[in-house]
Design a protein around this ligand. Sequence first.
Ligand SMILES: O=C(O)[C@H](O)[C@@H](O)[C@@H](O)C(=O)NO
Ligand SMILES: [Mg+2]
Length: 382
Amino acid sequence: MIITDVEVRVFRTTTRRHSDSAGHAHPGPAHQVQQAMLTLRSEDGHEGHSFTAPEIVRPHVIDKFVKKVLIGQDHRDRERLWHDLAHWQRGSAAQLTDRTLAVVDCALWDLAGRSLGQPVHKLIGAYRDKVLAYGSIMCGDELEGGLATPEDYGRFAETLVKRGYKGIKLHTWMPPVSWAPDVKMDLKACAAVREAVGPDIRLMIDAFHWYTRTDALELGRGLEKLGFDWIEEPMDEQSMSSYKWLADNLDIPVIGPESAAGKHWHRAEWVRQGACDILRTGVNDVGGITPAIKTMRMAEAFGMDCEVHGNTAMNLHVVAASKNCRWYERGLLHPFLEYDDGHDYLKSLSDPMDRDGFVHVPDRPGLGEDIDFDFIENNRVG
Ligand SMILES: O=C(O)[C@H](O)[C@@H](O)[C@@H](O)C(=O)NO
Ligand SMILES: [Mg+2]
């Protein structure tokens, strides 16, 4: 059970996803990017793996923090190891981020699952083995036939319903799109989707993240007329009081925070302040599966749903181990991309969705990622 080794393997992978100046993804030509796989080994020969961007597990972070905390420790002590690593953050000069905590925590959960031959959600205490997904559409763009007009969104939404999705979330247009942001265009896209899919498909929006209170209010009031289920991140989440003001002035549920720092502690303050109607967590956003589960359980104690941000196996296991969330966020999706093609370094999807819109948790041990170790070795960098 003792951790004897921490290894990072950086490898090339091909993707058609490109990030814009705000960090949002859009389709583009296939290109190679680098990905990292963190591996933890225990003395009894078991391994746990998790994936992240290479800079999150760069040598300085691994040598100065991760190895110091993990080597020689019992890998089953995830709660203590999470706190031990988190306590290094304050003095790390902002070098040890929540993303690093997340990838280490995920590798520990994967190690536990692989060593016991059990999927992670069963170790946490499963609530279900399948969950409805909503199709999370990429931010709008200016690509001909892409997501450039409200009609484009409507057409794409019809495609998603035919694929089986029972819920759809729109990320609308944001800079660097030349004319964005624009509340009225956001509402036109939402209206086009509602018109296209009818009244029974659940709809949500994730809008420009820096609207003013009055813009967000106008957007929310328009969504209420369209029967949307929630409004997400329409303002800077650093202003909790703005979200309390919005939640007090809208009937449509306000969900958050997604990107705000502070892990489960800060999310407790959002609940206490009434800054949201639905809480939000995400393994990468709060520093791991361990704090994500704490956030879920805290929301439950307040009678609140807590929806999980993001796809991938780590988030799927949090959803599968929780009663108080309704969806798995499957995406990000675009008319020019085939999400079900997956990744070249995984032999199969971690979140396969059936024709009825249910994502089934793989019953493979650990996080259940079907890793192509030969591909990773053959595409190692350095
Ligand atoms: O790039 C991002 O910020 C994320 O992909 C984000 O857009 C998306 O995952 C999201 O907000 N989901 O709710
Ligand atoms: Mg979001």
